[in-house]
Ligand binder design. Structure first.
Ligand code: 13P
Length: 251
């Protein structure tokens, strides 16, 4: 039997401040919700990375990184900068980056490799639109998103990766995939990873998070599914009480 340590990750997007960061860390650390089986991660804005208390048991992550090493890329942040800021994880391929900032599968793949080769852990986001789901294209879209990263990477790049399945139609909408629907899709993703030689060996241990309106009242049902190994939480991660409830649901 493999043990996949549940990962509850907060994606603050363009929200949050130092006060929220401080109260979130102190609540999580004092509640004792982090254990051998549950890990907590906060991905705040870049400006908050330096304010993160390194003594905390919570992990630190970034929401984005440049695919380039350094140079004339105004407004971008490099993987070395994130490493120096003590980031452990980096979210890559979020649908908001893909849609609003036109990040292609190719760019996402380059960023994934950049993160992995710097020794950080990529949180690779995948997900279909409502139109794609309704046209029965979900599996095709997810397989393509995975294949683009597999083509650009080596076996070793996957060693510490995490996947987040985030159906676009469930993000920030209050609509959630039903636990059964999410489980079916997560199982498909794991099976797809098993089918590629580069990810075959890590498919079983790969953590696949669900993201899309995860809240205290649906977290237990989602997290009890066999192939759901955590959550990537947006809105509900901005309130310490809600985020703690989700962490408790994981334990
Ligand atoms: P919500 O939890 O607000 O739906 O956001 C999900 C998400 O996009 C996390 O990355």
């Amino acid at each position: 039997m493999t043990i996949r340590r549940t990962l509850i990750a907060a994606n603050w997007k363009m929200n949050g401040d130092i006060a929220l960061l401080d109260s979130m860390l102190s609540v999580i650390d004092s509640e004792g919700v982090i254990s051998d089986t549950v890990e907590a991660l906060i991905c705040p804005s870049f400006t908050l990375l330096g304010a993160f208390d390194k003594q905390s048991n919570v992990c630190l992550g970034a929401q984005n990184v440049s695919q380039h090493d350094s140079g004339a890329y105004t407004g971008e942040i490099s993987i070395e900068m994130l490493k120096q800021a003590a980031c452990e994880y980096v979210i890559v391929g979020h649908s908001e980056r893909r849609e609003i900032y036109a990040e292609t599968d190719q760019i996402v793949a380059e960023k994934f490799v950049q993160i992995a080769r710097a020794g950080l852990k990529p949180v690779l986001c995948l997900g279909e639109s409502l139109e794609q789901r309704e046209s029965n294209f979900t599996e095709k879209v997810l397989a393509q998103q995975i294949a683009a990263v597999i083509d650009a990477s080596d076996v070793n790049d996957w060693a510490h990766a995490v996947i987040a399945y985030e159906p676009i139609w469930a993000i920030g909408t209050g609509k959630t995939a039903t636990p059964e629907m999410a489980q079916e899709t997560h199982a498909f993703i794991r099976e797809n990873l098993r089918s590629h030689s580069k990810t075959h060996d890590i498919a079983e241990t790969m953590r696949i998070l669900y993201g899309g309106s995860m809240k205290p009242d649906n977290a237990v049902d989602l997290l009890s599914q066999a192939d759901i190994d955590g959550g990537l939480v947006g809105g509900a991660s901005l309130d310490p009480n809600s985020f703690i409830s989700i962490l408790k649901a994981a334990s």
